[in-house]
Design a protein around this ligand. Structure first.
Ligand SMILES: [Zn+2]
Length: 183
């Protein structure tokens, strides 16, 4: 390996919007990315998995939605099948997107907005992924139902909305984000 954990953390910090700093851990086997009240400790666990522990403000929930290949455990996330051979650029990109998702990708529940402007304002206040309860005729967007299932929520990723049942809200954010990024 031609680079250290701290090198990966520094490259990820540079890729993130806003000011992120990096502190090297003792022995060079971990590094902490920090910004404001949030910090993420990057290290390799006893199974050889690259892990990212998340210290977050008390009022902030754990992210429900992470990029593909990122698993979530209590207090953090890990990178499935990440290996040093992928290179510094690929690894730091994965870490930057996981940090960004953890900071901004939390699905926040809001009351049903009455106008598009109210929804836009809610996004400005709470972040890119919102959900609000709906009643009535819409079916869950997921193809995972054998027969159509009633949607209980509308999930909005920056205004692009999909109806979802309780089980498919996280998936709806993923799908809405992909649609949003294409549009
Ligand atoms: Zn569903």
């Amino acid at each position: 390996m031609q680079f250290s954990i701290a090198d990966v953390a520094c490259a990820a910090a540079r890729a993130l919007p806003g000011g992120w700093g990096v502190k090297r851990g003792d022995w060079g086997v971990s590094a902490t990315l920090f910004s404001g009240s949030r910090s993420f400790r990057l290290y390799v666990d006893e199974h050889g998995d690259l892990c990212l522990d998340y210290e977050r403000p008390a009022d902030e929930r754990l992210p429900e939605v992470m990029p593909r290949g990122v698993g979530v455990y209590h207090g953090g996330s890990f990178f499935e099948a990440a290996r040093p051979g992928e290179g510094l650029h690929a690894l730091s990109g994965k870490i930057a997107s996981a940090v960004e998702s953890a900071v901004t990708g939390t699905l926040v529940e809001i009351p049903k907005p009455t106008t598009p402007m109210a929804l836009a304002n809610a996004h400005a206040e709470h972040g890119p992924a919102l959900s609000y309860p709906i009643t009535g005729r819409l079916s869950c967007h997921s193809a995972g139902h054998h027969t159509p299932a009633a949607a209980t929520h509308m999930v909005s990723y920056l205004g692009l909305t999909l109806p979802a049942c309780d089980n498919h809200r996280a998936h709806a954010v993923d799908a809405a984000r992909e649609l949003h990024d294409l549009s």
